[in-house]
Design a protein around this ligand. Structure first.
Ligand SMILES: Nc1nc2c(ncn2[C@@H]2O[C@H](COP(=O)(O)OP(=O)(O)O)[C@@H](O)[C@H]2O)c(=O)[nH]1
Ligand SMILES: [Mg+2]
Length: 171
C-alpha cells in the first residue's frame, strides 16, 4: 500500500480519518471489514496554519508516497493557496471530510481543493464510513489484497451474452 500524509487545519478531521482508515470498521458495499494496513502519517494542524512550521510538512512529505490535503465540509475558508500542489514531489489528492455534517458545503470544499491543484478529490465521512474504502482502494499497490477482495472474487459472474447460449441451442 502507498503511504499517505494528511495535511489540513486543526479540527478538519485528520486524526479521525486516520482511525477510520486503520483498524476501524470499513463499509464496502454495505458489508463491514477491518483494514489491517497502516497507511497514514498524521500531522498537527498547526503545521499547516503556521508559516514557519509549514516547513516540517515539506520534510515529512518525503516519508509518504501521496499527500492528502483535507478540508472539512464546514470550513469557512481554505488554507491552501491556488496551485500549491505544484510544490510537492508527490502526487497530491484532495479529501473533503465530514460530509455528513448537515451545515457543511462539500461542493465548495471540493472547489477549493481543485483550485489548489488536486485533480483527484475524495469525499468522506469518518463517522458514517462513506468514501473510506475508496481511499484505501486508491492507495493500493499491485498485489495488495484488501479485506473485501476475497468476497468480490467469490461473487457469481453474470452470463456475458445470451446470444451465445441461443446460438448453441440452434446448432
Ligand atoms: N460530523 C463529523 N465530525 C467529525 C468527523 N471526523 C471528525 N469529526 C469531528 O471533528 C473534530 C476534529 O476531529 P480530529 O480528527 O481531531 O481533527 P484533527 O485536528 O484534524 O486531527 C472532532 O470533534 C471529531 O469528532 C466526521 O466525519 N463527521
Ligand atoms: Mg489531530
Amino acid at each position: 500500500m502507498k503511504k499517505i500524509i494528511l495535511m489540513g487545519r486543526s479540527e478538519c478531521g485528520k486524526t479521525t480519518l486516520r482511525q477510520a482508515l486503520k483498524g476501524d470498521t470499513i463499509h464496502y458495499h454495505k458489508t463491514q471489514y477491518i483494514n489491517h494496513f497502516d497507511v497514514v502519517i498524521d500531522t498537527p494542524g498547526e503545521y499547516a496554519e503556521t508559516n514557519r512550521l509549514g516547513r516540517a510538512l515539506a520534510l515529512y512529505a518525503y516519508e509518504a508516497d501521496v499527500v492528502g490535503l483535507l478540508i472539512n465540509a464546514d470550513e469557512p475558508y481554505s488554507l491552501f493557496p491556488p496551485c500549491v500542489t505544484a510544490c510537492s514531489t508527490r502526487p497530491v489528492i484532495g479529501i473533503v471530510t465530514q460530509i455528513d455534517s448537515p451545515t457543511g458545503d462539500p461542493d465548495r470544499a471540493e472547489r477549493w481543493l481543485r483550485l489548489s491543484g488536486c485533480e483527484t478529490v475524495f469525499r468522506v465521512s469518518s463517522y458514517t464510513g462513506e468514501g473510506i474504502w475508496q481511499i484505501l482502494d486508491y492507495l493500493r499497490d499491485p498485489g495488495d489484497v484488501l479485506p473485501w477482495d476475497k468476497d468480490e472474487a467469490e461473487k457469481p459472474r453474470k452470463v456475458l451474452s445470451t446470444k451465445f447460449a441461443d446460438e448453441e441451442e440452434n446448432e
